[in-house]
Ligand binder design. Structure first.
Ligand code: SF4
Ligand code: SF4
Length: 399
């Protein structure tokens, strides 16, 4: 069985016509055809009614359309991009990878940010501009080469006031009415409990993509917020599930299968959004999705990594460092950039994230001693010194 699946994926990756691999079709809840094989275990994504495999494809690191087709042909049906991945280039690649496939046989979502959102406070700095946001969404569709996506997500959602903002809600409603998206949602990296409850109360948001992994410390209250959202009909998918993949920048990895399985123990999480960049990773994820039970050995391994604060590249995005830094650095975003670089090994994404913070060279040189006490035990000053070097590398070396 395993070899058959492997052959299947490899043939697909080698560029054979996707149509040749299209399996027999069945109907989904809307009566549209959906590819039926190979079967992967699924869960329902809230009121969207979509049955999603336990693994979805996060496209942040892709530059290969063959891998997208291989994932599709091996049963993965949901693909997530964002306009800030490669400044829109990622949406182009994903659109190219899905080109020619029956539009009803896959689900595609993208996160469209709003420039007026201050990521430190989670609030809009100037009034939200509906027309400007819709133009951004139109540009996405053009890059995808599609007349609609399935999800438009509002990213960096953390504050109730922002999520409930009338103009933002109007813009999302218009996108739905104009048929440019089937569903809307939020993506939240931090402040997630507040974000989930607000999104569920607003009623317009169908899905939430949230950071969720074995390193979270507020599991009980976060689980309760997830439950609240699910009971109100939202579908929840999880990102940042491996907490940065590596224990530290030296590259000693964690057991990623165990990390995924830990997330899937929460039945309210419909799917994991895994950033895949290789065939090997795809195969490993598929094997995990077919056998998601967390073993005692895996639990123990995760426990060891989880308890030691020095292990892991994952910043909890709690924001407690923000008021401590006299230079008002956006430390949570800089730490995310650090994780993209040293964890996901995605330097382009790391640089874009860093550039958004306004950091150009090591901003910590002005301080002899760091005044920040990080909740995760990070040496914030040292990490900023490391990652800020990225700004001196010409962009063309990173693409
Ligand atoms: S205090 Fe530490 S964990 Fe919290 S946001 Fe700042 S760097 Fe991240
Ligand atoms: S060393 Fe850097 S992070 Fe720490 S207080 Fe100074 S500027 Fe802020």
């Amino acid at each position: 069985m395993k070899n058959n699946r492997r052959d299947f994926i490899r043939k697909s990756l080698l560029g054979a016509s996707a149509a040749a691999f299209l399996p027999v079709t069945m109907k989904n809840h809307t009566g549209n055809p959906v590819s039926a094989a190979p079967e992967l275990p699924t869960r329902v994504l809230g009121r969207t009614g979509i049955r999603t495999p336990l693994i979805s494809f996060g496209t942040a690191g892709i530059n290969d359309t063959g891998l997208i087709k291989a994932a599709y042909n091996s049963g993965i049906k949901i693909f997530f991009s964002a306009t800030y991945y490669g400044e829109g280039n990622n949406e182009r690649i994903l659109g190219e990878g899905l080109k020619g496939l029956p539009r009803d046989s896959f689900i595609v979502g993208t996160a469209v940010p709003e420039d007026r959102l201050d990521r430190r406070s989670g609030l809009f700095t100037t009034p939200f501009d509906i027309n400007a946001y819709i133009k951004k969404a139109d540009a996405c569709l053009e890059r995808f080469g599609m007349d609609h996506v399935d999800f438009f997500l509002f990213p960096y959602a953390s504050k109730r006031d922002t999520i409930m903002n009338e103009s933002l809600i109007k813009a999302l409603e218009q996108l739905k009415k104009q048929g440019k998206t089937r569903f809307t949602g939020i993506a939240s990296h931090g402040g997630t409990e507040e974000a989930l409850k607000a999104a569920a109360d607003a009623g317009i948001y169908d899905v939430a993509m949230i950071a969720y992994n074995f390193k979270i410390e507020n599991k009980e209250s976060l689980d309760s917020a997830i439950d609240y959202a699910v009971k109100k009909g939202m579908g929840v998918v999880a990102m940042k599930t491996t907490a940065g993949v590596f224990r530290d920048k030296s590259g000693q990895g964690i057991n990623t299968d165990a990390a995924f399985k830990w997330v899937l123990q929460n039945q309210n999480i419909a799917s994991i959004v895994s950033g895949m960049t290789s065939l090997e990773q795809l195969e490993k994820n598929l094997a995990m999705a077919n056998n998601p039970e967390l073993t005692e050995k895996e639990k123990k391994e995760l426990g060891i990594v989880s308890l030691n604060p020095e292990y892991g590249l994952y910043c909890r995005q709690c924001g407690e460092c923000l008021p401590q830094c006299p230079y008002n650095l956006d430390i949570p975003s800089i730490m995310r950039s650090y994780m993209y670089a040293y964890g996901y090994r995605n330097l382009t994404q790391a640089l874009y994230t860093l550039e958004d913070t306004g950091v150009q060279e090591n901003p910590c040189e002005k301080c002899s001693t760091c005044k920040v006490g990080c909740k995760s035990g990070f040496n914030v000053k040292g990490k900023i010194a490391d990652i800020s070097r990225l700004t001196s590398i010409p962009q063309e070396f990173l693409v």
